[in-house]
Ligand binder design. Structure first.
Ligand code: CP
Length: 371
């Protein structure tokens, strides 16, 4: 097992706001003067291990590395790799890290990126681990806000859709809360509302001391209630893959999926300088008649993702990230099973179970599940 400090990106919150800002600034520079960076990764190889489907994250990373002059290897279907023969995540990470200078990994298990990083000899970038984290989407969103609103402060951000399962919105809320004066309007059904632990963090009850301003939030159940007050409307997809694969689960998904649809008509009360974001893919939550509205920036947002990933690859390969240790330092090896059944520890028998105590609760080192 290798738990030496590498420049992994597992959780954006492991890094300072200054590091985020430096990546965003570099992404803006690359976007303005792409020729300067054309050969910046010549001779470097990126491994892309996608255990779960992806279009934007996978291809924007691949395009980013090719534009920087580097090469790519990897798979987007584990069934075509030796994982189908039963190879473990730890062995896969160990082997591919010997072929690569940096690995980008998406996995359906929560905590998988951290688990892989413990065995990898090169940096791992978390491209999404189940419903847990999606840090490079958050960097994409921060770049989009910077470019399209000109600031990361004093914004009223409406977030609509599946706020319960959306790793993207959980990361976004935590990230934007580090900047001054932002407020949130959570727009969802009661069943898919923002989890209590995120709301607790926003209220400051969790005791995170390095947030400069906790901002505040409100919760509503319709787009119409929120629209006129918003500077940003962040739409999200109802995440079908997070509902149980049972007749009841499928029926509940179908019901939820029809509740929030943004149409051109619903934008009549919106501010002229509103921006509409979406991490994509969309299903039916934004009607196509919104696409022509200049306030709709979701396709630009997907494009910003490539520039931010170019900046991230360069930052990581140039060792310019102000690293935190991979393990929190507070955790100890335990015999106790994580209560999150989607946690990687249930599927990797050789992975040491590690947890720590925070606010009187046991927290899993890999998936952050509290019980
Ligand atoms: N936004 C996002 O992560 O898209 P993909 O699932 O297509 O990568």
């Amino acid at each position: 097992m290798n738990i030496q400090n590498q420049n992994h990106l597992i959780n954006l919150n492991d890094y300072s706001t200054e590091t985020w800002d430096s990546i965003i600034t570099l992404a803006q520079l690359i976007k303005k003067t792409p020729r300067v960076y054309k050969g910046a990764c010549t001779g470097k190889i990126m491994g892309t291990l996608f255990y779960e489907p992806s279009t934007r994250t996978q291809m924007s990373f691949q395009s980013a590395m090719l534009r920087l002059g580097g090469g790519i290897i990897g798979f987007d279907n584990p069934e075509t790799s030796s994982i189908s023969k039963g190879e473990s995540l730890s062995d896969t990470a160990k082997v591919i890290s010997g072929y690569s200078d940096v690995i980008v990994m998406r996995h359906y298990l929560e905590g998988a990126a951290k688990a892989a990083a413990m065995y990898s000899d090169c940096p791992i970038i978390n491209a999404g681990d189940g419903g847990h984290l999606h840090p490079t989407q958050t960097l994409t969103d921060l770049l989009t806000l910077t470019e399209e609103k000109g600031r990361l402060t004093n914004l009223n951000i409406g977030i609509c859709g599946d706020l319960k399962h959306g790793r993207t919105v959980h990361s976004l809320v935590r990230a934007v809360s580090r900047y001054m004066g932002n407020t949130f309007t959570f727009i969802s059904t009661p069943e898919l509302s923002m989890p209590d632990y995120i709301k607790k963090e926003l209220r400051g009850i969790a005791g995170i001391s390095d947030f400069t301003d906790y901002g505040c939030f409100s919760e509503v159940h319709s787009l119409e209630e929120a629209m006129e007050h918003l500077d940003v409307l962040y739409m999200t997809r109802i995440q079908r893959e997070r509902f149980p694969d049972t007749p009841e689960g499928r029926a509940e998904y179908n019901r939820q999926q029809q509740i929030f649809t943004l149409t051109a008509d619903k934008l009549r009360e919106a501010k002229p300088d509103l921006i509409i974001m979406h991490p994509l893919p969309r299903v039916d939550e934004i009607a196509t008649d919104v696409d022509a509205d200049p306030r709709a920036v979701y396709f630009k947002q997907a494009n910003y993702g490539m520039y931010v990933r170019m900046a991230l690859i360069l930052t990581i390969l140039n060792h310019k990230i102000d690293m935190e240790p991979l393990l929190s330092g507070k955790s100890v090896i335990t015999k106790r099973d994580c209560t999150n059944l989607k946690c990687v520890t249930h599927y990797e028998p050789t992975l040491p179970k590690r947890s720590f105590i925070k606010d009187g609760k046991t927290v899993c080192e890999y998936c952050d599940c509290c019980d």
